[in-house]
Design a protein around this ligand. Sequence first.
Ligand SMILES: CC(C)(COP(=O)(O)OP(=O)(O)OC[C@H]1O[C@@H](n2cnc3c(N)ncnc32)[C@H](O)[C@@H]1OP(=O)(O)O)[C@@H](O)C(=O)NCCC(=O)NCCS
Length: 153
Amino acid sequence: MKTISTLSTDDLEEVYKIELLCHAIPWSKKTLASNQGEHYLNLKIEINHQIVGFCICQNVADEANLFNIAIHPQFRGQGLAKDLLNNLIERLLQITSPHVIKTLWLEVRESNYPAIELYNSVGFNEITVRKNYYPTVSGEQEDAIIMAYTLAL
Ligand SMILES: CC(C)(COP(=O)(O)OP(=O)(O)OC[C@H]1O[C@@H](n2cnc3c(N)ncnc32)[C@H](O)[C@@H]1OP(=O)(O)O)[C@@H](O)C(=O)NCCC(=O)NCCS
């Protein structure tokens, strides 16, 4: 059974384990904990009550920012990230107070082909490139692609 629901602070230990498995340069526990609260719409996706993925989204005025999305490596390629993103978009579309949210923004490493394909498949558009934005494990830098999804005009 697959369910998508809002993330709570009780989920953070489990989510942190997934974070470590999913990113070469993962967030710290502290960063994960600080990206919670009233300005966030953070979701988890569960299979048979096991958390297998999550997303972290911050809302500021009429904009939302997807800061993180990750699916446990053993559960990839089944459409779960797409389900999670489409669910997030549906929830963002329902927000009317204090602002209607017009745009969902994100940035992604230019080398992260699976994520870029995911965002394209959901309907994000590439807006610009931020040069040398990300550090890499080899100590170099990598460009960020800035993408946006239009929720309302
Ligand atoms: C990016 C990520 C979230 C995708 O999760 P997923 O559940 O495997 O993705 P889905 O199965 O929902 O795939 C949806 C679409 O994304 C694209 N996609 C996903 N993985 C892909 C891959 N390895 N290669 C090419 N396209 C891919 C495809 O277009 C796919 O649609 P399709 O299956 O109809 O072709 C997952 O690979 C991940 O957790 N990566 C590590 C964390 C990360 O990089 N997060 C994003 C930056 S913060």
